[in-house]
Design a protein around this ligand. Structure first.
Ligand code: MRU
Length: 347
């Protein structure tokens, strides 16, 4: 059973809360086919690395349900599923959880090896991915909360809460756990230009959890640090590579540099499914470039002159030297990352 705010899997339909409409409207978009799921990821109805992974897994299930009837043999089905996998994979390039979940689904399909019952087996796997994600986030929360003292003020970026995952959250999960443990914490949430995940989604979640919080625009973070108002920075990640470099929402790198300048710990919280040791350094991570309209427009209204040239990278890479610790469900990883990431992955 999967029934969270982010997603609901009911009667072979994936219902996704439309994150483009939050916080003003709470509407669910039903996806009944794998192509609708791919479209939902592409259009950011659902977003956030772990949420994208679980969504793609259900997309794979819907693809299998569509293909199994017309497949003339197991090999024909496997060929058709390769196309399904490609369409789901070609939605967003940076968050590795998408490819991780699709690989897990594909391996499940290949190991099953029979048309009879394969769709039900894949459904079981997708549900497990989603349920595990919630447990993993709670474990990240527990591990991370040990680093947060009573009275800490935390700066966070983008949205890493329930909405970015199946439920509970990664970096916001750490904040939630500390709050649930009764620690008096305060949060500064960056609005996260240009897509405003912080203003629209994180602020909405923080209000729901009753956590003392302030919304700031991205360019205020440095001054808050300079004034001694921030004790720690905690962010999520879309991909962490073998040397510990971190790809996360655009603006994360600037925060890491600022935190370093002001001697503030900079923590990154993520499930181990976000770690990609097939890449050696952050230079190899594909960075998504998004529609210029996200920069020239705000709330559907143009704010910049027609014809202005725009850059809109959706993510940046923070070098591992700027990361104080990586918080995972299997424990907290400290430098040297190259060695310690591999140790944790073996657990
Ligand atoms: O473009 P988005 O909204 O999908 O980007 C999300 C982020 O960058 C998050 O910080 C990241 O996925 C970690 S979420 C647990």
């Amino acid at each position: 059973m999967v029934d969270t705010v982010t997603m609901k899997w009911k009667s072979w339909t994936l219902h996704l809360i439309d994150q483009r409409k939050l916080p003003l409207e709470e509407i669910y978009v039903p996806c009944e086919s794998y192509k609708e799921v791919a479209q939902a990821i592409k259009e950011m109805i659902v977003r956030g690395a772990p949420a994208i992974g679980a969504t793609a897994a259900f997309g794979y299930v819907l693809g299998a349900k569509e293909m199994v009837g017309s497949a003339s043999s197991w090999d024909d089905f496997a060929d058709k599923m390769e196309r399904v996998r490609e369409i789901l994979a070609n939605t967003r390039p940076t968050a590795v959880n998408l490819f991780w979940a699709l690989e897990r689904m594909e391996n499940t399909m290949k190991n099953f090896g029979s048309l009879n019952g394969v769709v039900e087996r894949l459904e079981k796997e997708a549900i497990e991915i989603a349920q595990e994600d919630i447990e993993i986030n709670k474990a990240i929360g527990k591990n991370g909360a040990k680093l947060i003292k009573d009275g800490t003020t935390i700066l966070t970026h983008c949205n890493t809460g329930s909405l970015a995952t199946v439920d509970y959250g990664t970096a916001l999960g750490v904040i939630r756990t500390a709050h649930e443990q009764g620690k008096r914490i305060r949060v500064f949430a960056d609005e996260t230009r240009p897509y405003l995940q912080g203003a629209r989604l994180t602020a909405w979640e923080l209000m729901k959890y009753g956590i003392d919080s302030y919304l700031i625009s991205d360019n205020m973070a440095g001054w808050m640090m300079k004034r001694g108002e921030i004790d720690a920075v905690i962010v999520g990640a879309d991909r962490v590579v073998a040397n510990g470099d971190v790809a996360n929402k655009i603006g994360t790198y600037s925060l890491a540099v600022l935190a370093n300048r002001h001697n503030i710990p900079f923590y990154v919280a993520l499930p181990t499914s976000t770690i990609d040791i097939s890449l050696k350094s952050g230079d190899e991570i594909p960075i998504e470039e998004r529609n210029p309209d996200e920069v020239t427009h705000c709330g559907g209204r143009r704010i910049a002159p027609e014809g202005i040239k725009v850059k809109n990278p959706a993510f940046d890479v923070t070098e591992h030297e700027l990361v104080s610790a990586i918080i995972t469900e299997k424990g907290v990883i400290y430098p040297p990352y190259e060695e310690n990431i591999r140790k944790v992955l073996k657990k």
